[in-house]
Design a protein around this ligand. Structure first.
Ligand code: GDP
Length: 309
């Protein structure tokens, strides 16, 4: 319970950084056009985007009418319900299926928090008794393998099953073959989960999406039905840009889930509403800090409460 509260506090602190806090909207005495205009501005400031903002306002007005609300405080409660209902379809826990290993491919632009999130995810899975193997398929960035190894080391705590790290030398160079080898190694070592870290930027004219599609195809050759998960890590602090990334990666790779990072330091949490409205890929986790334990499952109701508290 204590941990949960800390998470909400971090989220709340981040969301509050917005200049015009949404809660300010409800401090008046009347429900009038000014209230809805202020709310519209606050939602747009939080980067909910035009479509989700329009949707929420329309939905809220309907709820206010239905409930015959007369007091702004009641409107705030109804907005919490509207946000919860809008975001609820994004709530979905990451489930490890029957396949051994379950293969996850993790994608995202550099700096989004991909390596950190893989470290956190590895710890989460190891805590749940899963044996995890990491594949350093970002062969383009010199530091990527070392970074991954450091995270794996941290995730590997006494009592947890061993976390193996697949490190394939850069000379071999090809991210697809690194991923292929990792899936084969994962199978032979009896791992439950293989996580492939991929590049977020390429050094040459090579097209990132083409490279990632190729990795996905090759993973499928190493094991039927794989990858079972294609996860996109997006920086929640980048607002509407995060939505564009979700669309682009989903179009190319058919994402199965999202990890939205840095919600502890953002005023742009509204992007979740935009994602829910425009490209509802499930949010498996949200990142609320730089430590291993700062990866939390997403709850629409808790998020709505954090926004409005
Ligand atoms: P990558 O390039 O996508 O692999 O990004 P990294 O995992 O290296 O993360 C980039 C920076 O973001 C690092 O300084 C991380 O500590 C930081 N970071 C990652 N996730 C979070 C988060 O949820 N909250 C905060 N505050 N920082 C984060």
């Amino acid at each position: 319970v204590a941990e949960r509260r800390t998470w909400l506090d971090k989220l709340r602190t981040g969301l509050r950084k917005t200049g015009s806090s949404i809660t300010q909207v409800f401090t008046g005495t009347q429900i009038d056009d000014a209230l809805y205009e202020d709310l519209e501005a606050a939602l747009l400031m939080a980067d909910a985007g035009v479509k989700a903002t329009e949707f929420l306002l329309k939905d809220l007005k309907w709820r206010v009418k239905e409930a015959k609300a007369t007091d702004p405080a009641a409107v705030k409660g109804l907005l919490a319900d509207a946000i919860t209902d809008l975001l609820a379809p994004l709530e979905k826990p990451l489930e490890i299926g029957e396949a051994t290993p379950t293969v996850m491919m993790v994608v995202g632009v550099n700096g989004a928090g991909k390596t950190t999130s893989i470290g956190k995810l590895t710890r989460h899975l190891a805590d749940g008794g899963q044996k995890v193997l990491l594949a350093a398929a970002d062969t383009f960035r010199a530091a990527a393998r070392e970074q991954l190894a450091v995270w794996a080391d941290r995730a590997d705590k006494p009592g947890a099953p061993a976390v193996a790290v697949e490190i394939v030398s850069q000379e071999s160079g090809d991210p697809s073959s690194v991923s292929f080898d990792a899936v084969v190694a994962g199978k032979s070592r009896g791992c439950d989960v293989v996580i492939a870290d991929t590049a977020g930027r390429l050094p040459t004219q090579l097209h990132l999406m083409e490279e990632l599609k190729k990795i996905k195809r090759v993973i499928g050759k190493a094991q039927d039905g794989a990858p079972h998960e294609v996860l996109l890590v997006v920086d929640g602090n980048t607002g509407q840009n995060a939505l564009q990334q979700v669309k682009a990666f989903d179009d190319a790779l058919q994402l199965t889930g999202l990890i939205i990072t840095k919600l502890d330091g953002t005023a742009k949490g509204g992007v979740l509403a935009a994602i829910a409205r425009e490209r509802p890929v499930p949010v498996y986790f949200v990142g609320v800090g730089e430590k291993l334990e700062d990866l939390q499952t997403f709850s629409a109701r808790e998020f709505a409460q954090a926004v409005l508290s």
